[in-house]
Design a protein around this ligand. Structure first.
Ligand code: FEO
Length: 405
């Protein structure tokens, strides 16, 4: 049965939710599902904006058919060709063979690489700033390279201010009947999923996101954007400033708030104990916005997400094979891959006979941009003992002073 929703008088959400997918991109765990959004505009011409993942193709096609209600499909705008949005293109072409595709030249190249056999006579390759009129609505196309793939563009409806924003402003989590961000308490229920989506999927491309935001401001005018229709997660029709502000922080790697995430790598509990003692000492100094994570049992996508949120981080690692404990090493590699910047870090190492993890973590952090490593660190031998307490107090003092300045 179809299950579409009206977005505006003549625009419809025709996407679908997937609750079965365990790993997004086969790497990021999903516990609340994900939505694949697509939209149909019924103007003098009918226009489909993007398609959906193969897993929800049946529901998506039923929605498109129901909204068209016997009308032909005249155009398909493809903003992004990653298969979670482009997989159903061929099904659209089979059912509506006369449809004309509007997309970027780079998208055509990638679609061919993915095995789509497109008729060049039915593809309209748009250039940056081109627009097309479909009756009452005129849509302008703005390139958005590397948000999140090189072919991406966003489409702006100059008639009513709807921005089809591709991966930008997307989020993990299924919609489950709701569609608009104002239909639930986004800041309580959704922001963590939105942050984890952005930071892990698009986080590396902060400069490109900033470029898109600047382009949107200069070409379209931020005040002229009345609605954000992303490819995942809810549609924004109110309080757009809230999510644009979050994006501005994430894209520029500025922390959202002052706070300390303590991530420990512990084999038998001694490094964990040291991390907990440090957290208690921070609380005694008034630093209570802290989060403590076991790097071995927390998926790295959650660590990355909180890392984009908080201003400070403590890395506490046992030495393993004369190196950094592998899950901590992986976390550091992900930080570099995602271009993490502008954080203050304290280090705590443990080693029973040749502690090395502190120096190696420092080396890894020094490869990142604008990372301030506090001079006060701590090296413990096997476990935290009385003789370490003065150094631990100095470390807690230094972190608290940095957070509270
Ligand atoms: Fe949800 Fe980059 O695709």
């Amino acid at each position: 049965m179809y299950n579409y929703r009206k977005v505006t008088d003549d625009l419809y959400w025709v996407g679908a939710n997937d609750h079965r997918l365990a790993l997004f991109e086969n790497i990021h765990p999903l516990y609340h599902g994900v939505s694949y959004n697509a939209y149909v505009l019924l103007d003098e011409k009918s226009v489909l904006f993007d398609t959906a993942d193969w897993s929800v193709s049946r529901e998506f096609l039923a929605n498109v058919k129901a909204v068209l209600n016997g009308r032909p499909l005249d155009y398909m705008v493809i903003n992004h060709v990653e298969p979670d949005h482009a997989a159903s293109i061929e099904e659209i072409l089979l059912r509506w063979p006369e449809v004309k595709i509007i997309t970027t030249p780079k998208a055509v190249t990638l679609l061919n690489q993915f095995g789509f056999d497109l008729d060049p006579n039915k593809v309209d390759e748009v250039k940056e700033g081109d627009s097309r009129c479909f009756g009452r609505h005129t849509i302008a196309f703005v390139y958005a390279p590397m948000v999140h793939w090189p072919e991406a563009m966003v489409s702006f409806d100059t008639t009513n201010g709807v921005l089809f924003s591709a991966d930008a402003f997307g989020s993990f989590r299924a919609l489950d009947g709701k569609l608009f961000a104002d239909e639930f308490d986004f800041d309580r229920e959704w922001i963590d999923d939105a942050r984890r989506y952005y930071t892990n999927i698009v986080g590396k491309y902060g400069p490109q996101v900033v470029a898109l935001l600047n382009k949107a401001a200069s070409v379209v005018g931020l005040d002229n954007i009345k609605m954000l229709c992303p490819l995942h997660g809810p549609v924004w029709r109110k309080d757009l400033g809230y999510i644009i502000d979050k994006y501005t922080h994430w894209a520029t790697y500025e922390p959202e708030e002052k706070g300390v995430m303590i991530v420990y790598a512990s084999m038998y509990g001694s490094t964990e104990n040291a991390a907990e003692v440090l957290a208690a000492k921070l609380a005694e100094r008034g630093v209570v916005n802290t989060r403590l994570y076991d790097v071995s049992s927390t998926h790295v996508s959650y660590l990355i997400s909180d890392l984009f949120k908080y201003s400070h981080m403590v890395l506490a690692s046992v030495t393993y094979n004369l190196g950094i404990f592998p899950p901590m090493h992986n976390f550091l590699a992900d930080m570099k891959a995602l271009n993490l910047q502008k954080r203050t870090v304290a280090l705590l190492e443990n080693g029973s006979w040749a502690p090395r993890s502190g120096a190696l973590m420092r080396e890894a952090l020094e490869e990142l941009k604008h990372i301030d490593i506090l001079d006060d660190g701590l090296s413990i031998a096997s476990s935290l003992r009385e003789q370490n307490i003065s150094e631990m107090d100095a470390l807690a003092d230094a972190i608290a002073a940095s957070v509270q300045k």
